[in-house]
Design a binder for this molecule. Sequence first.
Ligand code: ADP
Ligand code: ADP
Length: 220
Amino acid sequence: NATIEVRGLRKRYGSTVAVDGLSFTVEPGQVTGFVGPNGAGKSSTMRMIMGMDRPDEGSALIGGRPYRTLRSPLCQVGALLDASAVHPGRRARDHLLWMAHSNGLPVRRVDEVIDLVGLRPVARRAAGGFSLGMRQRLGIAAALIGDPAVLMFDEPVNGLDPEGITWIRGLLRSLAAEGRAVLVSSHLMSELEGSADHLVVIGRGRVVADTSVQELLTAA
Ligand code: ADP
Ligand code: ADP
């Protein structure tokens, strides 16, 4: 069972220090909430974990290895990030078929994840006409397609209606119950209530608190 390990991560964009010496671990079998105000460095951290951005210092490891050295990365880690946006002209199912095909996954898996996220009725429509909530569901389907042990969702609740929010909470819980390591970001602590086991709170690129939710509740 794989973990995410972030050690001494630092990143600047020009004169902006986005991530300022972050260290934390995302354990398997838990939902870890990654909380902080807008601009705190959550997305930058997730991009570095996914090898989409190079840290200035420190490391981000998935199951002990940097993303770029993973074999079949889609089967080890799945992520919903802003950058996972799908080309608007592409049909949802075609996008997933292309992902499956280029990673040697069976077509059966495409229909499984479409059903898992509830997109079957619109699977043959172009993603450009999708609401934000539907695009989030498509991004989640893409993250899950390789059945990875590690998952990361950047603000997955954005654009979802109350029913969708309840659905994603259940999904996060079941992914963790299956033994996966799940990192989910939000700028609102309240969004993670009832779904996170552990919280990593950040501000200005630094860890402010790193605590199990149970400890937090018994301390209060
Ligand atoms: P969060 O996800 O917590 O909202 P981000 O990681 O997106 O925070 O941003 C952290 C800081 O880094 C912000 O000040 C943001 O404007 C800046 N930043 C993030 N990505 C870039 C980028 N590609 N170029 C320049 N600045 C960036
Ligand atoms: P989020 O809440 O998703 O982090 P942001 O507005 O911080 O939203 O960032 C959205 C995207 O814009 C990110 O992919 C980030 O890399 C990019 N970005 C953020 N700030 C800057 C910036 N100052 N200059 C260039 N790109 C940026």
